[in-house]
Ligand binder design. Structure first.
Ligand SMILES: O=C(O)CCC(=O)C(=O)O
Length: 255
């Protein structure tokens, strides 16, 4: 079945107001099925050859606990996915600028692991000015509160940067330092189906609980685009990198 047409004007208005949007059944079914097959190919044949910083496990001795992959765009298949108009046109609409690839990732919460996503803002990691950067997060399975859906705070992208501190969660080195009960009361859980797409702004506060289900993984495919007019605040970025490296060393990774 073809995906429903996108109402561009309404989507942009929602994104500007809330700092996130949901696009239901984003990819045509054959493209979605192919993406899942290619991810499985990558996990089976490429991940075993990668350095520690490209693929993170909850427990490296158990391959089923793979929880995050970065730099997927270096693979020929995913390198062409990130160039497809399906993704880039939506990014351009929401950014209001020409999209430049920032990275392509895979996030999982394997069933039976205790892997929370700390509350954070992506642009705390990226340090882009102006903050015209977004993350597209495609659910590869159904996602709900039990298996660790994302939770957004609507409108938080309009209130700028929050203080972050180093977290102990591999893959998410920084979390909001003063996250409060008021913040929690404003969260909206993103309960979505496989092939639904979330897009969030670089300042949108989000987090996720661990996967509390017994047998349902929570894999997702992510692409980050920045606007062509953005530049990196180098001093802030260097500070972030030092902190991320210190975290990796503390967690025993080869960096
Ligand atoms: O998948 C998750 O739990 C976190 C993903 C995330 O934080 C992001 O894509 O910015």
């Amino acid at each position: 079945m073809a995906p429903p047409p996108i109402d561009a004007r309404a989507l942009k208005a929602d994104y500007d107001r809330d700092g996130f949007v949901i696009v239901r059944q984003f990819l045509p079914q054959p493209a979605f099925a192919e993406l899942r097959v290619e991810l499985q190919r990558y996990i089976t044949t490429v991940v075993p050859t990668l350095p520690d910083t490209h693929a993170f496990y909850d427990d490296k001795s158990r391959s089923e606990t793979l929880k995050q992959m970065q730099f997927l765009e270096q693979d020929a298949y995913f390198g062409q996915v990130v160039e497809q108009p399906q993704w880039r046109d939506l990014a351009e609409l929401l950014l209001g600028d020409s999209p430049v690839l920032k990275g392509c990732e895979w996030f999982n919460k394997p069933a039976g692991t205790n892997h929370p996503t700390p509350p954070h803002q992506d642009n705390y990691y990226f340090n882009l000015v102006p903050p015209h950067v977004l993350t597209m997060w495609l659910a590869l399975e159904d996602v709900d509160e039990e298996n660790g859906c994302l939770r957004y705070i609507p409108g938080s992208h309009l209130r700028g940067r929050r203080p972050h501190a180093r977290s102990n969660v591999l893959g998410f080195s920084q979390g909001i330092a003063d996250y409060s009960d008021t913040d929690r009361s404003q969260e909206v859980p993103m309960v979505i189906r496989a092939n639904d797409l979330l897009v969030h702004h670089g300042w949108t506060i989000h987090r996720a609980d661990p996967n509390r289900s017994s047998n349902r993984n929570r894999p997702s495919f992510g692409i980050v685009y920045r606007g062509a007019k953005t530049v990196v605040d180098q001093a802030a970025f260097d500070e972030y990198l030092q902190s991320a490296k210190a975290q990796h060393r503390g967690l025993g990774l080869n960096v």
